[in-house]
Design a protein around this ligand. Sequence first.
Ligand code: HEC
Length: 154
Amino acid sequence: MMQRLLRPRSYFAPCRPSQSSPGSAMFRAVSSASLLLLVATVGAHAGGDPALGKKVFNRCIACHEAATDRDKVGPHLMGVVGRTAGTAESFLGHYSEGMKSAGAAGLVWDEANLAEYLRAPKLKVPGNKMAFGGLSNDDDIANVIAYLKADPKP
Ligand code: HEC
């Protein structure tokens, strides 16, 4: 799918306007419909889908709130995208040394860092105490980040 998108010329080739038989008009309609579908799918893939991410967040919800600033076992995640690691004010007394020093060393939860953390929490922030093995599916990761980024409210 990505590969096709990266080679738009070959993908567009069949619908050049110079081909005008009824058959190719039909083909043109079909292929622009599937192109729309392709763009929609890839768009959701690349940017993540907050609605799907809300479902993924069910795997976090035992330990995190994202729609309120209430802390659980883990810090609340409201506004976490763009926040420096280990700096949610209300959770300052509870972070691990690992998480606090990652933040002190400059780790900011931008989308790329969040994606790496959610894939492999222990690798990204050694010594952190989040008891979660990580998400293995890239779509789940992109979607849950989109959800967090949408600054979800109840
Ligand atoms: C079993 C409980 C648990 C689960 C499940 C869990 N977390 Fe955490 N999470 C924590 C704890 C505890 C911390 C604080 C870690 C530390 O201080 O070392 C944390 C930290 C974080 C941080 C860093 C926050 C900050 O303020 O720096 C993010 C981001 C995060 N979790 C996202 C998630 C997401 C997204 C999920 C679900 C895919 C998830 N977590 C699942 C317990 C959990």
